[in-house]
Design a protein around this ligand. Sequence first.
Ligand SMILES: C[S@@+](CC[C@H](N)C(=O)[O-])C[C@H]1O[C@@H](n2cnc3c(N)ncnc32)[C@H](O)[C@@H]1O
Length: 216
Amino acid sequence: MRSNPSGRYTLGHEHSTLASHRTRTAANSAAYLLPHLKPGMQLLDIGCGPGTISLDLAALVAPGKVIGLENTETPLLAARAEAAARSDTSTMFQFGDALNLPFEDDRFDVVHAHQVLQHLAAPLTALREMLRVCKPGGWVAARDADYAAMSWYPELPGLEQWRQTYCAAARANGAEPNAARRLRAWAHAAGIPHPRMTASLWCYADTENCLWLGHG
Ligand SMILES: C[S@@+](CC[C@H](N)C(=O)[O-])C[C@H]1O[C@@H](n2cnc3c(N)ncnc32)[C@H](O)[C@@H]1O
């Protein structure tokens, strides 16, 4: 089903991966975007995963509509189940490829991708597609991770080995795990001359999160 054979998705869609992605909310993963959202906006969430961020965003732009897009079935099913659990009958979760978006030009007010560009072998193609389907004056919004910037204590050898192994696997799949630091350059290359850059982090230092991350 993949139209980008050189960009195999490294993480897969195992239960543990989807469970981790389900902890994501618009507040903890897209806070930079929230001040720009207005009721009535049409929003596309590319690589929506299990849909928790998409559905939070849907509540903020209603009666505008959100479409969540995925190029594999497993997260789409999870996202539809999440929508049903929230009694959201308006948000659509549909199949499509970030590199060849199945939408006409200038369709959306907001085109969003959270932790997706880092997984693609052609992030510039995806960004250009995001620009294409975004209305003039709309928002193209991307947040991504930077594996080399992740830090922890104690400096356990096993965790460093995990980082090295993951980064090697991602690069073998044609992706760039240190994506965040490249976002500005990618935006320039995609034709966004003055991107607005912000930084935010996830902190797992309280007891609940240490237990979740360590044993989840
Ligand atoms: C790290 S997950 C992020 C999911 C969600 N945005 C979140 O933050 O919870 C990346 C998602 O992008 C999807 N993806 C990867 N390549 C894609 C492509 N070419 N087109 C659409 N989705 C893609 C994967 O299936 C995966 O669910």
